[in-house]
Design a protein around this ligand. Structure first.
Ligand SMILES: [Zn+2]
Length: 276
């Protein structure tokens, strides 16, 4: 199913889809995922609003999700919140303009100390946060049972989806996501509120996403292990951690995916190279 969603994250910074791919746009039922670009009240957010609309980010996400059979409509919107946030609540995913603006700011810092383009430093985390919130929606609407913290499960499902793309897309989005968490960890002096939070610490989320990626594709992410990003003592369990997520997906979520629409989605190019 979820192959292809990455395209939605292009955030208007990348060359989105090739002309041929655009013609192959997926035709879903169109009524189970409702999208909305809410006009921003803050004038500073208008360029983001216009760019995301121009690049049809939410339309692509809706196409990407079309194989998923949901029992009720899911709304996905981008709007001003007054705070940096992205969240799921009562059938609606909300990505705040403030979150996108923050992502651009932190991406600029990431590119200073890493060999990654500004585009990939934004696109990877943007795709990841969208999928993380959609994962919360899937858990809620499909009544998916979970052991462990839901925030960890949402991170796992988002990473799993990113890894179902070709090597180039998987690599760019996972690395971009990991580097965001690492930058957040470097900027953070954790206190009791952070330890008590529902989310893992950014440093933990950094290691977790790399471990899942290495467990899925050891060769593709071998250089990150060699560089010492992932400690040797953790590496041994990564394959099993990925297998556990794969088993959960096949058992709990795959039965809710339409195979014919999945094939259409998988046949579409979502994040072509060349936008780097
Ligand atoms: Zn969450």
């Amino acid at each position: 199913m979820i192959r292809g969603v990455v395209g939605a994250m292009a955030l208007g910074l990348l060359v989105w889809v090739s002309p041929a791919a655009a013609q192959a746009s997926v035709e879903g039922t169109g009524d189970q995922v409702r999208i909305s670009y809410v006009e921003p009240k803050n004038p500073a957010h208008r360029p983001i609003y216009e760019r995301l609309q121009k690049r049809r980010v939410l339309e692509d996400l809706r196409d990407f999700l079309s194989p998923l059979k949901l029992p009720q409509p899911l709304t996905i919107k981008i709007e001003g919140c007054g705070v940096v946030n992205a969240y799921y609540s009562s059938g609606a995913v909300t990505i705040c303009y403030e979150y996108v603006a923050w992502l651009h700011q932190i991406a600029a810092k990431i590119t200073l100390s890493n060999e990654i383009s500004l585009e990939d430093a934004v696109v990877g985390p943007f795709v990841d946060v969208l999928l993380h919130e959609v994962a919360h929606a899937i858990f809620d609407l499909l009544k998916i049972p979970l052991f462990g913290r839901e925030e960890d499960a949402a991170d796992q499902l988002a990473a799993f989806i990113l890894l179902q793309f070709g090597n180039d897309v998987a690599r760019r989005t996972i690395v971009g996501t990991a580097l965001l968490f690492r930058q957040m960890a470097e900027d953070q002096q954790p206190g009791s509120a952070d330890y008590a939070a529902a989310h893992g610490l950014p440093a933990q989320r950094f290691y977790n996403v790399l471990c899942i990626a290495y467990g899925a594709q050891p060769k593709l992410f071998a250089d990150y292990v060699k560089q010492g990003f992932l400690p040797v003592f953790r590496i041994g369990s990564c394959r099993w951690e990925y297998q556990q997520i794969l088993h959960a997906f096949k058992t709990l979520i795959a039965p809710h995916v339409d195979p014919a629409l999945q094939a259409k989605v998988q046949g579409r190019e979502w994040l072509p190279a060349g936008g780097k």
